[in-house]
Design a binder for this molecule. Structure first.
Ligand code: ATP
Ligand code: LTN
Length: 332
């Protein structure tokens, strides 16, 4: 809570081109809070360097992610949109929280296990302590709710544990946040392997639909999506590919699974895949147009980064100051 208003906070890494998983699981839901909550949405570039990034690409994607936030309906007048590395309090609080986080807790994080398997040549300490930086992001703003996809639930739960542990030793320091997982789009799966999460860092571009893919590409990717040897469009155990396509169709049309089954009764997978591609491309078209408009004005994006950083710093400074005082750091 900040100034009697509930707070919503979330972040996206500028680590690749954003996918419809990022859109349906997270970004699309951010604007639901803009009216009633004080909202902070961050481009988490410091998290992105836990795996190697090309500097020029990281810089470009930082601008793009900010432009995409706005294109997805986040009005910078109503939401604080900013870049993590512009607010130094994140890294400072992360260090402090490292001293309140147990080695065993961090070792149990599934994202750490997955990413260390994937990047076995670079299992750095930052990858291991990634969740304490994420906890610092959230706790600096006295956050009440954190809208994320289901893969981030474990990190938000660890953040709650850290906040409760700190509050037990130093009462009334942090608000303890709740993860908010959108039911429909909580885990969009890969089109090539529907048992795996769709991920922006997937090497197979056909497994992933990017928010910025054009209509032909989107339709081609859905046409190639892995399904099963059945022909009937219905949601059932073991039909991971069709279940995933039905989930995506449902997210874009708001239709229930029963309605979708009725709509495609007697029609084959080919028709259905085409329809999923159409609704997805049509829903993304206005986002893409607004993205292009926002990205073409670099000066305005930089001005927004500056405004966002100033707004965020004000609150971040307040919380960090309170924490430092409670710990016994000398103020000069
Ligand atoms: P990376 O591949 O680099 O790990 P990512 O695609 O998992 O990235 P993040 O930046 O880590 O994306 O996630 C941003 C937000 O999108 C988070 O809230 C995350 O839970 C959500 N998200 C990511 N992938 C999916 C997905 N497939 N389905 C639903 N939500 C997702
Ligand atoms: N860890 C998240 C990104 C992230 C985040 C956050 C999400 C960094 N800081 C704070 C919510 C709140 C991810 O990998 N998707």
């Amino acid at each position: 809570m900040l100034n009697d208003r509930l707070v919503s906070y979330s972040g996206v890494q500028p680590s690749g081109n954003l996918t419809i998983g990022n859109y349906l699981g997270a970004i699309r839901n951010f604007s639901l809070y803009s009216e009633k909550y004080k909202t902070f949405y961050c481009v988490v570039d410091e998290h992105a360097i836990t795996v190697r990034q090309n500097p020029a690409e990281l810089r470009r994607r930082t601008y793009e992610t900010l432009a995409l936030y706005m294109a997805c309906g986040l009005d910078p007048e109503k939401n604080t949109l900013y870049v993590q590395s512009h607010v130094h309090e994140h890294a400072e609080l992360a260090w402090i929280l490292n001293c309140f986080t147990m080695f065993g807790e961090l070792s149990r994080m599934t994202q750490f296990k997955d990413k260390s398997a994937k990047h076995s040549d670079n299992i750095n300490a930052g990858l291991f302590t990634y969740p304490t930086l994420m906890a610092a992001d959230i706790l600096l703003y006295q956050t009440d709710v954190v809208p994320v996809g289901i893969d981030q639930k474990q990190h938000v739960e660890l953040c709650r544990d850290i906040a409760e542990r700190f509050n037990q030793i130093h009462p009334n320091t942090f608000t303890v946040p709740e993860p908010i997982i959108s039911q429909s789009g909580k885990k969009i799966m890969s089109l090539a392997d529907p048992t795996k999460k769709m991920s922006k860092s997937d090497e197979n571009a056909n497994a992933v639909v990017y928010i910025l893919d054009d209509k032909d590409t989107i339709i081609r990717k859905f046409k190639r999506a892995v399904t099963d040897s059945d022909t009937c469009v219905r949601f059932a155990e073991g039909k991971d590919g069709i279940n995933n396509l039905m989930t995506i169709y449902s997210c874009f049309t708001d239709k229930s699974f029963e309605e979708i089954e009725r709509e495609f009764e007697g029609r084959g997978y080919g028709d259905f895949k085409m329809a999923v591609g159409e609704v997805c491309a049509d829903a993304l078209a206005p986002v893409q147009a607004e993205f292009a408009r926002r990205l073409s004005d670099k000066g305005e994006l930089e001005a927004q980064m500056k405004r966002g950083a100033e707004e965020a710093s004000y609150y971040a400074r307040r919380t960090l100051g309170k924490v430092q005082k409670k710990l016994g750091f000398v103020k000069i």
